[in-house]
Design a protein around this ligand. Structure first.
Ligand SMILES: NC(=O)c1ccc[n+]([C@@H]2O[C@H](COP(=O)([O-])OP(=O)(O)OC[C@H]3O[C@@H](n4cnc5c(N)ncnc54)[C@H](O)[C@@H]3O)[C@@H](O)[C@H]2O)c1
Length: 263
């Protein structure tokens, strides 16, 4: 397994889906985790379970749209564990396949605020500590929707393309500081993203249950060369690799984990 022992990791949206799988893996290899998210009950319960198994995990209720809350999230890593080694921007919401004609200005703004501006706010807060320490890993969770235009919504697609551009720019300008900047681009993964997104953006709830996403194996084989959806653990493994010491010379990369979909 990759070396992450005693690394201090801040992750957003860690209370469910891919984020929770990452927290579970990190905890099992001895990393210290500060989990930020908006679902406080779910986050506290996840922390309790991981800490019962010997983990060191703290939950901080954090809305990534809010700079003060983001600053408090990063400050918790410093106050509890003395540093921040890894930032994983995983919080994200989906827009239910809304094409440009269906996308309201409010939906556009919400998707951008969470999926793109959130990563900007957390990166600014974390880099204040990472640059002076001369070490860091910033990993942004984009999507195959950030690599190709497809049935995902207009705002989701723009935000996920934007996240890759933002990550590459940080890599180009700041990798000399000892920090690496990468994205992971998951394919289709079974999580609660639609219901979670509907509760964050109620005005878009009616858009969430249509479009692709069939779990029918025959339908999936036609669009995913691997013939199935991915699992949260398969995405977590890619994130853990990029966070590890072993990935020290990888920066500005988009790691696609999609069963061959984009191919
Ligand atoms: N599931 C997929 O098929 C898929 C595919 C490609 C990319 N992704 C990306 O993976 C990431 C994780 O998604 P998931 O599938 O695990 O779904 P999820 O809904 O389980 O995880 C998203 C997390 O973000 C949190 N969140 C939402 N709004 C927030 C806000 N304003 N502030 C802080 N936290 C907030 C949610 O509470 C949730 O814990 C997202 O960025 C998503 O876009 C998912």
């Amino acid at each position: 397994m990759f070396n992450l022992k005693d690394k201090v990791v801040v992750i957003t949206g860690g209370e469910s889906g891919i984020g929770l799988a990452v927290c579970t893996s990190l905890s099992s290899v001895g990393a210290k985790v500060v989990m930020g998210g908006i679902q406080a009950d779910r986050g506290q319960e996840a922390c309790r379970q991981l800490n019962d198994k010997g983990g060191e995990v703290v939950f901080v209720k954090t809305d990534v749209r809010d700079r003060e809350q983001v600053d408090a999230l990063v400050r918790t890593a410093i106050d509890h564990f003395g540093k921040i080694d890894v930032l994983i921007n995983n919080a994200g919401v989906f827009d239910g396949f809304a094409d440009v004609t269906e996308t309201t200005e409010e939906l556009w703004d919400q998707i951008m605020a969470i999926n793109l501006k959130g990563a900007f706010l957390t990166s600014q807060a974390a880099l204040k500590h990472m640059i002076p320490q001369g070490f860091g890993r910033v990993i942004n969770v984009s999507s195959i929707g950030g690599l190709v235009g497809r049935a995902d919504g207009a705002a989701y697609t723009a935000s996920k393309f934007g996240l890759i551009g933002f990550t590459r720019q940080m890599a180009a300008s700041l990798s000399h500081t000892g920090i690496t900047f990468n994205t992971v681009c998951p394919g289709s993964i079974a999580t609660d993203i639609r219901s979670n997104s509907a509760s964050v953006i109620p005005s878009a709830a009616h858009l969430m249950n249509r479009g692709v996403g069939s779990s029918d194996p025959d339908a999936l084989k036609k669009v995913i060369p691997a013939g199935r959806k991915g699992t949260v653990d398969e995405i977590a493994a890619a994130i853990i690799f990029l966070a590890s010491d072993e990935a020290s010379y990888i920066t500005g990369h988009d790691l696609t984990v999609d069963g061959g979909y984009v191919a």
